[in-house]
Design a protein around this ligand. Structure first.
Ligand code: C2E
Ligand code: CA
Ligand code: CA
Length: 726
């Protein structure tokens, strides 16, 4: 332990210190205007001490300025001309360096009042005239001994390397400061040198220490009277500083440019975590923790140097903790669910597979996306348990579909880095799949490219084993791990999966990059699947490059098992604008439902036109530019409208308000509503909760839209029939 706290109990250090200094002759300054008085004291003390004398306060200060570090004690006469003893005491007590020198007052009048007064002014003791030599000596000896003991205690209260407060005394001082100044706002700042280990390793411990001392000096100087500083440990400093001192923060966090022993400090990367306006109720070590938490968020972010603690960060951390606290229970209670995102064959645009993606329906937080909890589970290892659960759920479904006699469809599951640490991973997956009696080829395994770059030998071995056992391997997120061509050709994989998001990053040459990657994978005899496909343009590109499969919001989002089954049955989503299918749909529509009128509520002219073009061949169309217009129209013509297509974001009256008003009006509350809006899980859920019947997100899909209208109308007719029959 380098911290002083533990030295204080055993007196070892003190003893050593006193031994070391025993032989040294200490200096005493006698201040007295009476020469005789001075020489009496000198005679009493000079065999043990070096004596300095001053005839008045002014002279004394001159001597002290020169020798302040050497003077162990001052003997001060109270009654002096020019500057009397009290004034002198007041003066030196205000000075940080002078005030540490103990003062014994000499007084000729043996009066209690004087004694008390001089103690109040900062003297530590007094001796009265006429002097009793033994008493003077004893008192001087005792005071010097005491003060030096206190000083040594002071030394161990400090960090030996930097001279800053030790952690414990820092916390103590911080508490005192907060107590003394309850109205004052303070900030807690922690500083951490990024990659300090490297500095130590490359330049040696000694230089490393120098850098730390330099930092300490800098902080101490900048803080001055406005704050206190400690080295928490290693290369981590903490400071408590008065909030809002002009330029203080900038000075503290300044990029440093004075080289220390030739090390340009500019190259030293210091990260700061700041907990501003600390809550006085919180103990200082918790303040440091909070500042550290803020710091930890930017620890690995290049170019970020300052991170502030705020309540949202706290809420975030609390939520993280709650996630970790509830995960085991969630697994037992089947709160995790597998969603399936269809994969489409580019040739015929039929559903040709799916990816299993986990979702968590948390009793407290509701729907949670894996982006929030998977990284946490990857950190704490719970991912291996969860993954196994997801694999097993997927197997169960594959088996169910098999027994239901559905067309066999491969489903891919994700395997994370951590899973490879599991003993006999290949064996475990194989026996799982076998236990459900599923064709091994139907379970595809998605492994991200970056995993391969970690522990290549072990990973390759496991993957080879799995492949030999008959599983298909997809390399996920290809393009993020910088695999070289060499590596790629050596790995045993079946499918390259590229994420449009990553390829889009290089917008300039994305066409060529995309084309290159696809031809590369063809050359390696691999199949390609593109995921994150969101636009028609992307689909066209991928098609032109000969990509085999696609997956993305353009076609379908991840969906619950039941929805996916429906998707398989109908292939509703297949072939976006293929004429043939549309003709089929229109044939049906022609027969059944041409008389209905659709009210399109949409402020955007272009969207309205698109919708009109899609719908008008089969239905009468009315249009409104916002909720208010639509509402006014319904007030007059409610019986005319069969279904409403509603955008949510509109001026004057938005979709939500419209829904609310519409639902309150008996005349037309029953008219079904299909939301045609920007789709995300929140708004989708919200509108459905508000009573919307369906959600058809942008970009619009004619067939899907028509089928939705058709289904809605059919459902409505059924219910009206039932009502009529009653
Ligand atoms: P991933 O394996 O790359 O999965 C693809 C992610 O992209 C999914 O996000 C999917 O919903 C999303 N996505 C699909 N199409 C589109 C699109 O057109 N546009 C956009 N912007 N995104 C699209 P999700 O489901 O939130 O999963 C995120 C990540 O979480 C996954 O990335 C995967 O790494 C991980 N993950 C999900 N489920 C599991 C699991 O069961 N086990 C493990 N180990 N990881 C999982
Ligand atoms: Ca994946
Ligand atoms: Ca992916």
């Amino acid at each position: 332990m380098s911290d002083g706290k533990y030295d204080r109990s055993g007196d070892g250090i003190l003893e050593k210190y006193h031994k070391r200094t025993e032989n040294r002759k200490r200096k005493i300054l006698i201040i007295d205007d009476e020469k005789i008085s001075c020489s009496v004291l000198r005679r009493i003390l000079e065999d043990r001490y070096d004596i300095l004398t001053a005839g008045n306060g002014q002279e004394a200060l001159e001597i002290m300025n020169e020798q302040k570090y050497e003077i162990s004690l001052i003997l001060l006469d109270l009654m002096m001309p020019v500057m009397d003893g009290y004034e002198f005491l007041d003066y030196i007590m205000k000075d940080a360096q002078f005030s540490v020198i103990p003062v014994i007052v000499t007084t000729s009048r043996d009066q209690d009042e004087d004694e008390i007064r001089c103690l109040e002014h900062g003297a530590v003791d007094f001796v009265s005239k006429p002097y009793h030599p033994e008493v003077v000596r004893k008192r001087v000896d005792r005071i010097i001994h005491l003060r030096e003991t206190a000083a040594i205690l002071n030394v161990v209260e400090h960090d030996r390397l930097t001279g800053l407060y030790s952690k414990e005394s820092f916390y103590l001082k911080a508490e005192q400061l907060l107590e003394k100044n309850p109205e004052q706002s303070y900030d807690m700042i922690v500083a951490d040198v990024n990659g300090f280990k490297v500095i130590n390793e490359r330049l040696g411990m000694k230089l490393g220490d120098k850098v730390l001392c330099y930092m300490a000096d800098r902080y101490r100087k900048v803080l001055g009277e406005n704050g206190i500083c400690t080295r928490l440990h290693g290369d981590v400093f903490a400071m408590m500083v008065v909030h809002g001192v002009k330029d203080m923060e900038r000075e503290l966090l300044w990029k440093w440019n004075e080289p220390v022993e030739g090390i340009p400090l500019r190259t030293i990367d210091i990260k700061y975590g700041i907990y501003e306006n600390v809550n006085h109720e919180v103990p200082p070590f918790v303040m440091c923790d909070r500042a550290m938490l803020a710091l930890s968020r930017i620890k690995k972010l290049y170019g970020r140097h300052i991170s502030r603690y705020d309540d949202s960060l706290r809420a975030h951390l609390v939520r993280e903790q709650q996630i970790l606290d509830t995960m085991e229970e969630a697994l037992e209670e089947h709160q995790f669910e597998v969603y399936y995102q269809p994969k489409y064959n580019m040739e015929d645009e039929n559903v040709s597979g799916a990816e299993a993606l986990v979702r968590w329906f948390h009793p407290q937080f509701g729907f949670m996306s894996p982006g929030e909890f998977i990284p946490l589970f990857e950190k704490n290892g719970f991912i291996t348990k969860l993954d196994f659960y997801i694999w097993e759920e997927t197997c169960k479904n594959l088996k169910k579909w098999k027994t239901e006699g559905r067309r066999p469809i491969p489903v891919s599951v994700n395997i994370s880095q951590m899973d490879f640490a599991v003993l006999d991973l290949a064996e475990k997956i194989t026996s799982l799949v076998d236990a459900y009696g599923i064709d091994r080829e139907l379970l595809h395994l998605e492994i991200t490219e970056t995993v391969y770059t970690q522990d290549r030998e072990h990973i390759t071995q496991t993957v080879n084993q799995l492949r030999q056992n008959g599983f298909k391997i997809e390399m996920d997120d290809f393009g993020t791990g910088y695999s070289s061509l060499n590596v790629l050709s050596e790995l045993s994989i079946d499918v390259l999966k590229l994420d449009m998001k990553f390829i889009q990053k290089h917008a300039d040459n994305r066409r060529s990059l995309l084309g290159f990657v696809i031809s590369l994978s063809k050359w390696l005899n691999l199949e390609t699947i593109a995921e994150g496909v969101e636009t028609k343009e992307q689909v066209e590109q991928l098609k032109s490059f000969g990509c085999d499969y696609v997956q993305g919001y353009y076609y379908a989002k991840p969906m619950p098992k039941e929805a996916f089954e429906r998707c398989l049955e109908k292939d509703v989503y297949k072939v976006r604008t293929e004429k043939k299918n549309l003709a089929d749909a229109s044939e049906q529509l022609d027969m059944e439902e041409k008389k209905d009128t659709v009210l399109i509520v949409e402020d955007n002219e272009m969207n309205r036109e698109i919708l009109r073009n899609m719908v008008s061949p089969y239905y009468h169309v009315k249009e409104a530019g916002n909720g208010q217009e639509a509402y006014d129209y319904l007030m007059m013509n409610s019986t005319e409208i069969s279904v409403i297509l509603l955008d949510m974001l509109m001026p004057v009256m938005d979709g939500f308000t419209f829904m609310k008003k519409k639902n309150q009006n008996k005349e037309f509350s029953e008219i079904p509503v299909i939301i045609t809006s920007e789709s995300d899980e929140n708004s989708e859920l919200k509108t459905l909760q508000m009573g919307a019947d369906r959600f058809v997100g942008k970009p619009y899909h004619q067939e899907l839209l028509l089928l939705s209208i058709q289904a809605t109308l059919r459902k409505r007719k059924k219910t009206t029939n039932v009502e009529e029959n009653l």
